[in-house]
Design a protein around this ligand. Structure first.
Ligand code: HEM
Length: 375
């Protein structure tokens, strides 16, 4: 009993305790500040369900597809396990996109939180790589053709492009070595994500959270426990409702039906589309008919996030006080949604032309940030 108390005191009074228990939190945080904790929790869920799935999965082009069916039909709880993991990836992206939009809206990327923001962009890139490789593992038609299209993008790089593609493939086409590499990386990257997420939290607590007013000096702070534990717990319940609805009622809605057809290297699907969370960037990639320019635009559309403090030097962080920027932000969200819709349409008239215009507007938003945005 005495020992337990000692352990508890060390935990709660020590570094961990300072971060999740005593952390002085601005009193005016809204539910938008729950999305960081939710992202952490869903990451844990993905790691646990991933490890359990890996116990019944073999990364081999002759077995992987049927292994997934075996998990769903024969493994105790396998049906739930697979759908929690697959839909968990989608939930993770919904949460992280909202988390990023919150940061964008309230100007959380500006000093003193710039390095924190950079760690977030790194997390985002790692998440994208992990999700992309995870989608290849069921070895369905979309797994195979998605992997072929995306890995081929590297061939646009002059001189070294083809060597990079062959290194990724482990041969001269997407095949067994590719599947093995992707499985190995898909298994290990989430642990790197967890490490970077820990660093992200330490960086946050260095200067403390931003808040809806975007000013820090006059805001009263209270301890994270119990107030924000309860608030985050309530958000978690809502997430479980949404997540549960997908897992139980709509388990395949967010996936592509073609992935229930085993990979056939000689049969190209009429329409190759990535998972929904990649669609806005996929639309930017296809908006320019030239391959290299498309790849550069797509890459730049993500990397540009690292330069936000240079675009936006306004002394007022929160868009709440800048009506013009508030409308621009709403417009930006609409641009992202439109790009998402365009990413799954054909690369033909009128979608191609429309994608070019909307992709251009995506970059215009960052230009608008450089204007004197006090209005
Ligand atoms: C694995 C993914 C991620 C996890 C687990 C995570 C976790 C967290 C947590 C727990 C917080 C504190 C609570 C909150 O403010 O919501 C936080 C804050 C923050 N995160 Fe993340 N995060 C992730 C991804 C990202 C990404 C992709 C970005 C941006 C590109 C980002 C930028 C920020 C910023 C700027 C803050 C401070 C916000 C403020 O104080 O207003 N995070 N994150």
């Amino acid at each position: 009993m005495k020992l337990n108390k000692k352990i508890l005191n060390t935990l709660l009074g020590g570094t961990l305790g300072n971060h999740i228990w005593l952390y002085p939190t601005p009193i005016n945080l809204t539910y938008f500040w729950s999305f960081g904790s939710l992202a952490g929790l869903i990451l844990i869920s993905q790691i646990v369900t991933g490890i359990l799935l890996a116990m019944h999965y073999t990364a081999n082009i002759h077995n992987s597809f049927s292994d997934l069916e075996h998990i769903m039909r024969d493994v105790v709880g396998g049906y739930g396990l697979r759908y929690i993991h697959a839909n968990g990836a989608s939930m993770f992206f919904i949460i992280v996109y909202t988390h990023m939009a919150r940061g964008l809206y309230y100007g959380s990327y500006n000093e003193p939180r710039y390095i924190l923001w950079v760690s977030g962009v790194i997390l985002f890139l790692l998440m994208m790589a992990t999700a992309f490789m995870g989608y290849v593992l069921p070895w369905g038609q979309m797994s195979f053709w998605g992997a072929t299209v995306i890995t081929n993008l590297f061939s646009a790089i002059p001189e070294v492009g083809n060597s990079i593609v062959q290194l990724l493939w482990g041969g001269f086409s997407v095949d067994n070595p590719t599947l093995n590499r992707f499985f190995s990386l898909h298994f290990t990257l989430p642990f790197l994500i967890a490490g970077v997420a820990g660093l992200h939290l330490v960086l946050l607590h260095e200067f403390g959270s931003n808040n809806p007013l975007g000013i820090n000096t006059i805001i009263e702070k209270i301890s994270f426990f119990t107030y924000f534990w309860i608030k985050d717990f309530y958000s978690l319940l809502l997430l479980i409702l949404l997540f549960g609805m997908f897992v139980v009622n709509l388990p395949n809605t967010l996936g592509h039906p073609d992935n229930y057809i085993e990979a056939q290297p000689l049969v190209t699907p009429t329409h190759i589309v990535p998972e929904w969370y990649f669609l806005p960037f996929y639309a930017i990639l296809r908006a320019i008919p030239d391959k290299l320019s498309g790849v550069i635009s797509m890459f730049w559309s993500i990397v540009i996030l690292l330069f936000l403090p240079w675009f936006d030097s306004s002394p007022i962080r929160s868009n709440f006080f800048k009506p013009f920027m508030l409308y621009c932000f709403i417009f930006f969200v609409l641009i992202m949604l439109t790009l998402g819709w365009l990413g799954q349409e054909e690369v033909d008239y009128p979608f191609l032309q429309f994608s070019t215009i909307i992709s251009f507007l995506y970059f215009v938003y960052f230009k608008v940030l450089t204007l004197d945005n006090l209005i």
